[in-house]
Write a protein that binds this ligand. Structure first.
Ligand code: HEC
Length: 250
């Protein structure tokens, strides 16, 4: 019987075992490492974010808003003292926008145009462009600074329909009292508005807040001619104040 040849391996049994051991251990290390990576939370200095920065920003924004009162309808009312400070600080730049005529005079036979219709068409736009900044969108004015027109135009009209026209043509300056509140401001004159535009904006102030309803039939909408009739007075704002003094207003 020939000798069973002794098996000779390049790698000994021991080496193979060792390799298994090392490989197994290595795998366990890798798995452990992966598990650690997946489960550990990121390390470092973390603290619950307090919103101090946010608060600082809010406080800053509020400081800039000081003097404004937020109203329910998304509008804000500015405190008159603050308004005056802003006027002193920044000055006032009143924009006297040119109001485009509703009807191109060259395109239409003038005798065919109803002047009151033209006037009514523009009133609310002229009010928004020329009057709203002071007398406010709802005509309530700013107590102590700009008198209300809502609920007051009827009194003015009843006292003298021409008075409103005069205020717009010549302005008004000096102390007046409206609804028990005293005003001593300057109402700018609007001589640049056309007769139709002045009639239109006055009609708007009469109907927008129901003053015309209060007067019923006593109110006849302003026509451009009513404005033309008042245009040639040699008047300034002080003369309108004097005229106001003669009117039966409380
Ligand atoms: C720059 C602010 C300002 C603008 C713009 C302005 N007003 Fe006035 N308005 C005043 C002030 C201020 C008075 C009161 C003047 C006074 O105290 O003597 C006044 C007074 C009036 C009066 C008279 C009230 C009264 O009791 O005698 C009428 C009417 C009037 N304004 C209508 C208008 C109309 C219409 C417009 C737009 C075409 C307009 N105002 C634009 C500030 C303004």
């Amino acid at each position: 019987m020939p000798d069973q040849p002794r098996r000779q391996y390049i790698i000994s049994e021991v080496a193979v075992r060792r390799a298994f051991l090392v490989g197994g251990a290595g795998m366990i290390v890798v798995i452990l490492a992966l598990l650690t990576l997946i489960t550990t939370r990121p390390q470092g200095q973390f603290r619950a974010l307090d919103d101090s920065q946010h608060r600082a920003l809010l406080a800053e924004a509020e400081a800039r808003l000081a003097g404004f009162e937020l109203l329910a309808d998304g509008m804000a009312r500015i405190d008159i003292d603050h308004a005056m400070e802003l006027v002193v600080e920044r000055g006032v730049d009143l924009v006297f926008a040119e109001v485009a005529p509703a009807v191109d005079p060259t395109a239409v036979d003038p005798t065919a145009v109803d002047p009151t219709a033209v006037a009514e068409a523009d009133g609310s736009a002229i009010y928004a462009a020329q009057c709203m900044a002071c007398h406010q969108a709802d005509g309530s004015g700013v107590p102590g600074a700009f008198p209300p027109l809502a609920g007051h135009m009827a009194d003015l009209y009843a006292a003298d329909p021409a008075y409103g026209v005069q205020v717009l043509l010549y302005g008004l300056q000096g102390q007046i009292v409206v609804h028990g509140v005293s005003y001593n401001g300057v109402m700018p004159a609007f001589p640049r508005l056309s007769d139709a535009e002045i009639a239109a904006v006055l009609n708007h102030t009469m109907v927008a807040w129901s003053d015309a309803d209060e007067l019923g039939d006593a109110f006849v909408p302003y026509a451009p001619d009513d404005v033309a009739a008042e245009r040639d007075r040699p008047w300034a704002a002080g003369d309108v104040l004097a005229r106001r003094g003669e009117l039966p207003l409380d």
